[in-house]
Design a protein around this ligand. Structure first.
Ligand SMILES: [Zn+2]
Ligand SMILES: [Zn+2]
Length: 299
């Protein structure tokens, strides 16, 4: 049934819902290309690393190139699609550093090479340049479904390859709370619903079409992580929850760029300040310049 085909959001969650995939992209952005470099940079088993490099090449995030024939040796280079994930990784890094205090060892700060400062990424509107991160009122950007959008089409099938290819216990948990959002299809959908103003248990349930136990589990998880707070039966994003906005819009923007549907966008975002279609651009909070992936390094 073409009307129910997975849209850009579902395809994005299918790919990025795997922590190893994100960590391999991150290593590649920092310059790793060879198997031994990835293995040295990540606490990953050979079986999992081999599996991920192969699937990421098949899915178009990496391209494999033989650099030696006898014996055969390959390297893995980011494709434009893989390379353009840097805003998502940068936003995840910043959110985990800011809101998840129990990283062991702590995540390092990031340096913007253009200005030399330790910085935080700030999300702005690509059209008008004004800030777009959710503030206390949380409504600088309005979201509505586009022609390929619906909850049904945005939630990847449960039988995704990432679920059979690697158990979650394998993961490095460098981004533990991010993965509890984007590594779980219902959790992600629920958080998006919270961003567009859904607040009551019955509304989450009816909009997402998920079993009540599934909704209750995810709401309890988010309250436990202080992403949502329950006040008088209504769930609302906390400051930490609103801080997830850059990850959400960067991931969405990436998805819609690389997985366009013939009938149109899955989600249409509008920047209230300028009234134009919203697309995120990350800037350095110290020097104000537009960030580029190659100009960001851990300190
Ligand atoms: Zn704008
Ligand atoms: Zn800067």
């Amino acid at each position: 049934m073409p009307g129910a085909a997975p849209n850009a959001v579902a395809q994005m969650l299918g790919l990025l819902g795997d922590e190893w995939t994100l960590l391999i992209v991150q290593q590649a952005l920092l310059g790793s290309t060879r198997y031994g470099e990835f293995a040295a940079g990540l606490p990953v088993s050979h079986a999992v690393l081999t599996n991920r490099l192969q699937t990421m090449a098949a899915e178009g995030l990496l391209t494999r190139r033989e650099y030696q024939i006898k014996p055969a040796r390959s390297e893995y280079l980011l494709t434009p699609q893989g390379r353009s994930l840097w805003p998502v990784l940068t936003s995840i890094w910043h959110w985990e550093r800011t809101w998840v205090p129990d990283h062991r060892p702590p995540l390092p700060a990031m340096c913007h090479l253009d200005c030399g400062a330790e910085f935080a990424p700030a999300v702005t509107c690509r059209s008008c340049g004004a800030p777009a991160g959710a503030d206390d009122r949380g409504e600088r950007v309005v979201a509505q479904w586009g022609p390929s959008g619906s909850w049904q089409r945005s939630i990847p099938a449960a039988t995704n390859r990432r679920r059979s290819a690697g158990r979650r216990v394998d993961a490095a948990s460098l981004f533990p709370e991010t993965m509890s959002v984007i590594g779980d299809r219902w959790a992600f959908a629920l958080l998006v619903a919270a961003f567009v103003g859904v607040g009551r248990f019955t509304d989450f349930q009816s909009q997402l079409g998920a079993p009540p136990g599934t909704i209750a589990d995810r709401l309890a998880l988010f309250c436990g992580e202080d992403v949502l707070a329950n006040t008088g039966g209504r769930y609302a994003l906390t400051a930490k929850g609103r801080g997830f906005f850059p990850i959400l819009v960067c991931a969405l923007s990436w998805a819609q760029r690389w997985f366009p549907a013939p009938e149109g966008a899955a989600v249409i975002l509008t920047h209230r300040a300028c009234g134009r279609e919203f697309s995120p651009a990350l800037v350095c909070d110290r020097c104000g310049a537009r960030l580029r992936g190659a100009q960001i390094r851990p300190v």
